[in-house]
Design a protein around this ligand. Structure first.
Ligand code: GLU
Length: 488
């Protein structure tokens, strides 16, 4: 089998120093989609070498966010901090091969040189003085137990690669500094740990944010120095807020967990994230997870920064509320219905078929689970409030509205069967006999039944509510209107 025919191995490598950011989730998703599309493996590596900033709580938040989104990983989670020995050994290997050297310059000395460079408006670059130490001098310092770091010697030339997003990227090596790979306490620097781990994990495609582009030439040089095959690199565009600035808390919730707790559907979140820097082509936007997997190819990756539009996320959620099979949707909605005190579990279980029909009716006009719950109230509660705006608009004259609703009630009392067709016939008949437009009957009735101006079709509302509740609701509304008329 040739290399390109081998199933790809990708990884998501978050640093557990906060919550799972939507940008991180987007990177995880693209890696996951690439792996799943190509029958490869998706691995998870927790980059916890920064002991001061890494927390278990953050690692848990990453797991939780990924699990909520359904981004399952293959193989055991890799903890970067567990491989310090290998990182050290890799640094030593480069040192022994003469590709790296010990640097005894102290942080204070370097700081002075950095300041001098800054004062002269020059970019500081290590001047390689320790690379010129003779073997005896090095030995002498080691015998004195002088502290040292290990620096990688940047070779001459240019470092380039074909990025899956940006195509050819080239860095002249003269712009790169002989960077430290091992600190004086023998811990690896970020770029070494990443390369050492990616080699050990057999990663073949490195897909990450394009804020890492400047690390890539250094990493490529390390791959070569370690005699390893290069992975393919893909640098994903940054995510910006609506104002074009890098996405931050100023723009609203940036933690995946926040969206989970707002009752967003994970598939909607995935679909929304998928479009942050990728497009399946054409105008296509709404996709199920299997569709995203099928359509995901690097050709659709974009260079320009992606815009995080919260309104679009809400819209996307509405789309997924509609396309998700009811049996899958129900577990997301029911807890909210229960929490709102609309019903108890036993009631919902006893009226399961009716409940599913109701969800099917309400989801079409909803963007959030809260929207469904808000609209669901009238189908469960014995009494409802009438939205003042709906009242002002559709019950302008309380006396007349009460009279009309009384007639509607009489008409509905005998409809049989209680189904959309017969309901429509009698209500239209009533409007005609009163010499008014059908809407003049439907709108006041809608307010009586739901308290709202907008609802599903009036016949569907009547069916979902059932005759008894509908008539009770109309009677409530008539009483309310009579009281309103009296108090005028
Ligand atoms: N730990 C790095 C980060 O969170 C990821 C590095 C990489 O993907 O190579 O940005």
């Amino acid at each position: 089998m040739t290399d390109s025919a081998r199933p790809p191995r990708l990884r998501f490598a978050p640093s557990p120093t906060g919550y799972l950011h939507v940008g991180g989730a987007r990177t995880a998703l693209f890696n996951w989609l690439y792996a799943r599309h190509n029958g490869g493996k998706f691995l998870l590596r927790i980059e916890d070498t920064d002991k001061l900033r890494s927390t278990d709580e953050s690692t848990r938040a990453i797991f939780e966010g990924m699990e909520w989104l359904g981004l399952d990983w293959d193989e055991d989670v890799v903890y970067q901090g567990a491989s310090l020995e290998r990182h050290r050994a890799d640094a030593m290997r480069m040192l022994d091969a003469g590709l790296a050297y010990r640097c005894f310059c102290t942080p204070e000395e370097l700081e002075v040189r950095r300041k001098t460079a800054a004062a002269g408006h020059e970019t500081f670059k290590y001047d390689r003085r320790c690379d010129r130490l003779l073997p005896d001098e090095v030995q002498e310092r080691l015998d004195r137990s002088d502290a040292f770091v290990v620096r990688f010697r940047i070779p001459e030339g240019t470092t380039e690669w074909d990025d899956l997003v940006h195509e050819r990227i080239a860095f002249p090596n003269k712009d790169l500094d002989d960077f430290v790979i091992l600190r004086s306490n023998a811990t690896p620097i970020y770029n070494l740990a990443v390369v050492s781990d990616d080699i050990a994990m057999g990663v073949t495609v490195v897909m990450r944010g394009d804020d890492h582009i400047s690390n890539t030439p250094k990493q490529i040089l390390l791959y070569r120095a370690l005699g390893a095959e290069l992975p393919t690199f893909a640098h994903l565009p940054m995510i910006h807020g609506m104002d074009g600035k890098k996405l931050s808390k100023r723009h609203g919730a940036t933690a995946v967990g926040d969206y989970q707790h707002q009752g967003l559907l994970p598939t909607a979140m995935l679909n929304f994230l998928a479009l942050l820097g990728w497009s399946p082509g054409g105008d296509r936007e709404v996709m199920t997870v299997p569709e995203m997997i099928e359509l995901f190819t690097p050709a659709g990756l974009q260079k320009k920064a992606a815009i995080f539009d919260p309104k679009k996320l809400e819209w996307m959620n509405g789309q997924h509320l509609s396309i998700t099979p009811l049996a899958e949707l129900e577990p997301y909605v029911t807890p909210a219905i229960l929490a709102a005190g609309l019903a108890d579990e036993a009631t919902l279980a006893a009226r399961r078929e009716w409940y599913f029909d109701l969800l099917d009716l309400l989801r079409v006009r909803s963007r959030t689970i809260d929207d469904i719950v808000r609209q669901a109230g009238p189908y469960f509660l014995p009494h409802i409030d009438f939205d003042p705006e709906a009242v002002a608009r559709n019950w302008k004259d309380p006396e007349a509205a009460a009279d009309l609703l009384a007639k509607v009630s009489q008409t509905l009392a005998s409809v049989d069967p209680w189904e959309p067709g017969p309901l429509e016939t009698v209500l239209r008949g009533l409007a005609e006999s009163l010499g008014i437009a059908a809407g003049k009957v439907f709108q006041p009735l809608r307010v009586a039944l739901t308290g709202l101006t907008v609802s599903p079709g009036i016949f569907e509302v009547l069916v979902a509510m059932g005759r008894d509740l509908a008539l009770a609701r109309i009677s409530d509304a008539t009483d309310w209107l009579r009281r309103a008329a009296d108090s005028k």
